[in-house]
Write a protein that binds this ligand. Structure first.
Ligand SMILES: [Fe+2]
Ligand SMILES: [Fe+2]
Length: 337
């Protein structure tokens, strides 16, 4: 994928730095523009410049960018700037996200708390809108919005595997093995999503649509990388994945219905149909064996587990609100040039 266009001074500084060769770099204080961007920002999660810069810095650890020196991945200048933005994200999320209290760190109690937290609410839902009302253009838009995560589906949570032990490690591996197709490349969920995109007439190449993805969607993906890439956030990764799996089966049935309503075939809806079945199983494994067992083994991680789950739901709501308010107003939820 190519480096995207900047959206402000910080993303510009990141892009300019990454466009040079590491050995030619004679020291660049990327942390200074990062601090200025955070000071300027009134809403870090909705800040186009900040979220794009963070997305680019994380993407160095996934597929990288065409023409960008691989040595930037672990370069201290980039890591320092990333740390500035990460701390701001963490503080912002901690002040916004409500975390359930009075949960005991026992396996079944944690699973029960997560199922309660993720129970579907009565409010507006993107999935219900898609099932009943979305236009063909809005269906495509949904895929474009989701492509920024779904084309690397499962990768951010996989970072946590080496940081876990015992039952929670085995549970995460079991879930991820399914996400990666159980050894069949064609059944990897990222590949099934690519089929859905192609079926809907979209380009399924990794990173094609990043230019059009708004900050709030990037923030939802960045938070997974934030949790996944730090060992200290292993509890939050477990909680995030549990919430993700627990809120997947039902919405995916509705997404599939929306695509069937527009006459798409089974090949195009395979991704959604697969998740109706798979995530009804994954939510049990993630709730009890991943998150529940982790809390039992390391009770001091209980708050992080619940925080990770609540953060997943919080960002899902923000993205959902963004999509629905755009669609209700008859405009695109994507960024236009
Ligand atoms: Fe999946
Ligand atoms: Fe899953």
């Amino acid at each position: 994928m190519k480096l995207p266009s900047p959206r402000g001074p910080l993303s510009l500084a990141v892009i300019e730095l990454l466009s040079s060769q590491v050995r030619e770099n004679v020291g660049c204080d990327l942390a200074a523009p990062a601090r200025s961007a955070i000071e300027r920002s009134t809403d870090v999660l909705a800040d186009e410049d900040v979220q794009l810069a963070l997305y680019i810095m994380y993407e160095l650890f996934y597929r990288g960018f065409e023409g960008v020196d691989d040595d930037w991945e672990w370069h201290p200048d980039v890591l320092l700037a990333r740390g500035v933005v990460e701390r701001a994200m963490e503080e912002d999320l901690a002040s916004r996200v409500a975390v359930p209290s009075d949960v005991s760190p026992e396996r079944s109690a944690v699973a029960a708390a997560l199922f309660t937290l993720t129970a579907p609410g009565p409010g507006p839902s993107v999935a219900r809108y898609v099932a009943r009302r979305a236009t063909l253009e809005q269906l495509r838009e949904l895929l474009v919005q989701r492509s920024v995560y779904q084309l690397k589906e499962a990768d951010p949570h996989t970072w946590a595997i080496p940081r876990l032990v015992g039952r929670s490690k085995a549970a995460l591996v079991e879930i991820q093995a399914d996400e990666y197709g159980g050894g069949d490349a064609g059944r990897m969920h990222c590949e099934l999503f690519a089929r859905t995109m192609r079926g809907a007439g979209l380009d399924a190449d990794y990173g094609t649509y990043v230019e059009q993805i708004p900050a709030v969607t990037l923030a939802a993906v960045n938070v997974m990388s934030l949790f996944g890439m730090h060992r200290r956030w292993r509890g939050a990764t477990a909680g995030h994945l549990a919430a993700f799996e627990m809120t997947s089966s039902l919405p995916n049935r509705l997404y599939g219905d929306g695509f069937r309503r527009h006459g798409f075939d089974q090949d195009t809806t395979w991704y959604f149909d697969e998740h109706v079945e798979a995530d009804a199983v994954h939510e049990q494994i993630a709730g009890r064996d991943l998150a529940g067992s982790l809390a039992q083994l390391e009770p001091e991680l209980l708050h992080d587990i619940l925080f990770g789950a609540a953060t997943c739901l919080y960002l899902d709501d923000l993205v959902g609100h963004h999509l629905l308010s755009a669609w209700e107003a008859g405009v695109s939820s994507l960024r236009t040039a």
